[in-house]
Ligand binder design. Structure first.
Ligand SMILES: Nc1nc2c(ncn2[C@@H]2O[C@H](COP(=O)(O)OP(=O)(O)OP(=O)(O)O)[C@@H](O)[C@H]2O)c(=O)[nH]1
Length: 173
């Protein structure tokens, strides 16, 4: 009998597609869940190449996991210019049960997030706290910032043409 999925460590990466509504548009996020551990570092790099958003998770009850998250933020900043970064503290339910279990200060992470121009969310997979908000923000930011950027990168920009034309083709087709 195989162990329950939640006991398995991620090796390589798992993929899921999630359809989100942003205004009257449907946006399909292609989400790779990659391993954060050092052991699979080289493999994780393959998956974030070309990514437009990265959710970098750390455990709110474990300060070394935040140091590890900083490592990935640096990686992304050095290698993926067009990638927006979302810092995601996990297991917030444990802090509600016992605030003393918090090992990563909220204001410190907020300062760090500001410094690296990342968004910050504190979430729980157990209760679902802030999980929908996080993915909603990823999808909204993609529509508002990145879709336009991708289009101009792919087709080039005709400076003589009004920018509204580009915006129209980005948001309505
Ligand atoms: N209380 C609580 N426990 C959680 C939460 N999320 C994950 N866990 C527990 O933390 C452990 C690790 O969770 P994973 O989801 O496997 O962590 P991961 O970072 O994906 O691990 P890798 O597979 O190595 O990448 C498991 O025992 C989970 O049950 C949460 O929101 N609340």
């Amino acid at each position: 009998v195989p162990p329950p999925p939640f006991l398995l460590q991620t090796i390589g990466a798992a993929f899921v597609a999630k359809v989100m509504a942003v205004g009257d548009q449907a946006v399909t996020l292609g989400i790779w869940d990659t391993a954060g551990s050092e052991r699979y570092e080289a493999m994780s790099r393959i998956y974030y190449r070309g990514a437009r958003a990265a959710i970098v998770c750390y455990d709110l009850t474990n300060s070394s996991s935040f140091q590890r998250a900083k490592f990935w933020v640096n990686e992304l900043q050095n290698c993926e210019e067009g990638c927006r970064i979302y810092l995601c503290g996990t297991k917030s339910d444990l802090l509600e049960d016992d605030p003393r279990t918090r090992a990563v200060d909220f204001h410190d992470t907020q300062d760090y997030a500001d410094e690296v121009k990342a968004e910050l969310f504190e979430t729980s997979s157990k209760t679902g706290q802030s999980v929908d908000e996080l993915f909603q923000k990823v999808a909204e930011d993609y529509v508002h910032f990145t879709a336009f950027q991708v289009m101009t990168e792919e087709k080039g920009v005709d400076l003589a043409q009004k920018s509204s034309t580009y915006f129209y083709s980005c948001c309505h087709h």
